[in-house]
Ligand binder design. Sequence first.
Ligand SMILES: Cc1ncc(COP(=O)(O)O)c(C=O)c1O
Length: 376
Amino acid sequence: MLNVFQPDLGEKEANVVREVFESNWIGKGKRVDKFEESFAEHVGVEKNQILSTNCCSEGLFSSMHLMDIQPGDEVIVPTISFVGAGNAVCANSSKLVLCDVDPRTLNVRAQDIEKVLTKKSKAILLLHFGGIACEMDEIMQLAEEHHLKVIEDCAAGVCSTYKGRALGTIGDMGMWSFDAMKILVCGDGACLYFRDPEIRNKAEKWLYFGLETKSGYENKVAQKWWEFEISSFGHRAVMNDMTAAVAQVQLGRLSEFMDCRRKVHEAYTDMLKDVTWIDLPPALQKDCKTSYYFYHIQVKNDKRDALAGYLKEKGIYTTYRYYPLHRVEAYQASGQFPNADYATEHTLCLPMHQKLNEDDVQVVVEAIKSFGKLHC
Ligand SMILES: Cc1ncc(COP(=O)(O)O)c(C=O)c1O
């Protein structure tokens, strides 16, 4: 079976887990601190702007509180978004305002946002689809004109940049996921970026019950170290030294991962270029880097689902990301989303991970071509 996504974990990761076992401390500790420092360096920001948490979904949910989004405020979200984005807005009793996207990149554009702006718009929670940058200059300008907070869901964009800046560090808040299906993996984990270090400090408390004081031996102030105060009804959502140790090793392997993924991406593009009944992923914008998270093709006819079924029978697993939120009944969305509808009916994400080689790509491409001969 060729998986659509797959992690790449080896001896180095196994060894650090053993080291953490032997240290007798598997909770949040020095390794988490070190990982945050290394990640800040990786994305080119100060350490006091980065905070780790247990998953990127927590970042989406917490963004509502941390960006001061109130019940009743409108939050603009591209309909092609992760379910956690929609849930985060609704769970905050804010109004989920969905907008359409570009039909080929599946990224939201300033023009899509502009169409749904109202006086109540408070924030844009955008997704960089597959870690490929939205046109951020235009979006940031629009946000500035309308005093909107910009939250970047950059879950899959761990190595992506826009005009020299890491994706996720352009708006007010950004986030990357390290879950089992991403590029840098550690089981579960995530990093959050905050433009304002004060909000990072607020987030640190929010993600630990809102505690004002540290407990145990670190609490040097209180005579009775079990006493505490809180500044918010916060959560408990942290990485720990096990996940951070694995993440640290994976961070060091990112350029190796990117090399593999780029080769797979280029091999697909080269081998599929003559297949007339599909569109290949659009060329990357100038001055941008991708993390090669998805390789998404678009079947020009109505045979996308048949192709997916055919590939599955041949042991090739594919998928479509992301099922549009306007089709999810619970969100009670209104409006028209023709581009997202097109994308939803025609897009297919092919196997893409750093365990693939050119022979695997050849297998996928041959299967697509043989389907084409039969049906297209
Ligand atoms: C675009 C996007 N955002 C957020 C998340 C949530 O990440 P996590 O699994 O770390 O909560 C995912 C997970 O698949 C995702 O794809």
